[in-house]
Design a protein around this ligand. Sequence first.
Ligand code: 7TS
Length: 405
Amino acid sequence: MAFNVTQIREDFPILKREVNGKPLVYLDNAATSQKPKQVIDSIVDYYSLYNSNIHRGVHTLSQEATDAYEASRKKIQKHFNISRSHEVIFTSGTTHGINLVANGFTSFLKEGDEVLVSAMEHHSNIVPWQMLCERSGAVMKVIPMSEEGTLLLDEYDQLLSDRTKLVFVNHISNSLGTINPVDIIIEKAHQVGAAVLVDGAQSCSHIKPDLQALDVDFYVTSAHKMCGPTGIGMLYGKESWLQKLPPYQGGGEMIAEVTFEKTTFADLPHKFEAGTPNIAGGIAFGTAIDYLNEIGFNAIAGHEQELLTYATEELLKVPGLKIYGTGREKTSVISFNLEDIHPYDVGTILDKLGIAVRTGHHCTQPIMDFYKIPGTVRASFAFYNTKEEVDILVEGVRKAQMMLS
Ligand code: 7TS
């Protein structure tokens, strides 16, 4: 099926709305994607037709809800080429998944151990590990990056040693759009016996990671960046790791037997899924995956790369505009600044023109410190964006420059 962006846009009710009297141009997809009606309908259907708690009732509604929720887990398993469905843990999102693993590693680390983080991480993939280091006495070291915003793999080689126990790195940077060579990073970490967690919050809307091929130990993502709802995400962990890790939260659902003296824990995946989960979200996550696969990740990547190339060329024609993140392997995220103009001011004027971009440090303060800037304007494109929208953005940026200089 040929990629037809006009037809695809029909699936997204929100794209018809106006903001400040102008048609919405939504370019904040790295913060969260918009939702197609298929995903919205699956949430409405759950609450309208079979709302019920899961894994506990013998009644029909509970069976239907359980079947739909577990079918979604299987869709996730298949999508990411995961060998066993119990290696898929539902979480509330990327942040939750990282905290679950970081918390579990407390008793595995000791003083003198080292963990490696990349220089371009979201705060979610820094802070939980810093807290882990404080608890365990391990030391965090940073894999540096180049001016273009790509990781320095030679420096990574130098940092790796038999003291390295864990490496955590994002697949794609939310501020720079850099696609990191996670396959190489994982292979090298494994050579020294270190485990790797890949933060896939930004990747899964653009590419379809094959987790068995990557041989990654943990992979986390959020449904809301991939056309699914907020409040639901996935942690993949290799079975051997998930067996070893202690539960993160105690409560219902995650137990085998409870007495006041002792509790035994449920098998995977339930050991990590305490309490009533986001059932509607879990089901709609599966719908979002179906939706993206129907369009196809080759088609998505093709269209987004076209938008990236076009937008980069056009933005660079604006005098004084500087783009941060210029590596060759890059997805459709453009972070930029206009000389001497605060990104917040640019973002405010763009909003008046109906254009939604994010401004600020994007929860990546170390990247901003690296470039010695307070923040950037970030335009992040999805497969439902168009070249016409790029034109509107560029015209808006020129207008902002005129008004603010
Ligand atoms: N990791 C990366 C690389 C991210 O981009 C984000 C969110 C997270 C982790 C956290 O995901 P959450 O779903 O648990 O919140 N990034 C952004 C962003 O770039 N703009 O808003 C949120």
